[in-house]
Design a protein around this ligand. Structure first.
Ligand SMILES: Nc1ncnc2c1ncn2[C@@H]1O[C@H](COP(=O)(O)OP(=O)(O)OP(=O)(O)O)[C@@H](O)[C@H]1O
Length: 302
């Protein structure tokens, strides 16, 4: 298991993210044979993610130490902890973005639906199309239309579909991302003309277009105003039960609002990031087992 592997840089465009809006009818999950994306779990089954004894380095600097965590299928898991404790690194390991840094190394296992995403012969691009990512700053292609931004998720993943299927995926992705009502009459307008919150939901729609099993979100609201933040949180709530979500957030109220499970990471000046405590969010916030968790969630440090 814990054999240190070194991965070279991989030139793959990360699939991105985002969206929000008033109440919309969400379509039923229906990745039938025509809709299923290569490598996706059959029949739209919800898929869990797990790490076992995961350690990570940048050069000689060890930043994570034997992190084991199960992220439940269809639920939202929040990763919390002070700056520099390795949350983003952990997130990027889950979809093989860590290896895009030349000096990056890791040891341990990442299991998606029970299968190691770092197994020999497994292509990073395939992993990234099953495990999508939304970043801190909305990153749509600004000059590209709203429609093409969403469809670009398919293109980046190398997925070819008919025009009719593409139209359908763009619409359902925008609906799931909570943006459809706001953009349905401006699908040909540039993505860069949308507000920051709309752009983030557009990026979520772009990730959803490939029908991923897991969506990783790295502080997705940190660049947004409170109203846009609320919209994105509503989107996360609507996506719950439809795919597995892992979100890094510095906002304790947000972690409490959006997640069902929570993991508290901590590093010190001479120890790499580790999980101090993980479990149901209500337990971590209301009855933590570790005094450091209590101090952190109550804002006494970090
Ligand atoms: N590309 C990189 N090269 C070298 N070191 C890095 C790189 N990215 C992160 N690190 C280091 O790894 C450690 C963990 O960083 P990481 O960004 O994962 O923490 P974090 O908990 O997400 O922090 P924050 O909450 O501030 O985003 C830090 O010491 C950081 O300096």
């Amino acid at each position: 298991m814990t054999e240190i592997e070194e991965h070279g840089a991989v030139a793959t465009s990360p699939a991105p993210t985002a969206a929000d809006a008033p109440t919309e009818q969400l379509p039923a999950l229906s990745p039938g044979p025509a809709g299923a994306v290569d490598g996706a779990a059959p029949g739209g089954r919800l898929v869990g993610l797990e790490t076992r004894e995961l350690s990570a380095w940048f050069g000689d600097h060890k930043v994570l130490e034997r992190v084991s965590l199960a992220m439940a299928p269809g639920e939202v898991t929040a990763l919390i902890g002070p700056s520099g404790c390795g949350k983003s690194t952990y997130l990027r390991i889950l979809n093989r973005m860590h290896e895009m840094v030349k000096t990056a190394k890791l040891a341990g296992e990442v299991l998606l639906d029970g299968a190691d995403v770092y197994a020999p012969g497994r292509r990073p691009a395939d992993v990234r199309s099953r495990v999508g990512m939304v970043f801190q700053r909305p990153n749509p292609f600004p000059a590209m239309s709203v429609y093409d931004n969403v469809a670009s998720g398919l293109k980046l993943a190398g997925i070819k579909v008919t025009k009719a299927r593409r139209d359908e995926l763009v619409e359902t992705s925008l609906i799931k991302a909570g943006l459809w009502i706001e953009v349905r009459n401006r699908l040909r307008s540039p993505g860069g003309a949308l507000s920051g919150g709309q752009q983030q939901r557009l990026c979520i729609a772009r990730s959803l277009a490939v029908e991923p099993d897991v969506l990783l979100m790295d502080e997705p609201c940190s660049a947004l105003d409170p109203t846009s933040t609320r919209r994105v949180e509503e989107t996360i709530a609507e996506l719950r039960g439809r795919l597995t979500i892992v979100i890094v957030t510095h906002n304790m109220q947000q972690a409490a609002r959006v997640s069902q499970n929570c993991a508290f990471f901590l590093a010190t000046h001479d120890t790499p990031g580790q999980i101090v405590e993980a479990g149901p969010t209500t337990q971590l916030f209301e009855d933590p087992r570790d005094a450091r968790t209590a101090d952190y969630v109550n804002g006494r440090f970090g």
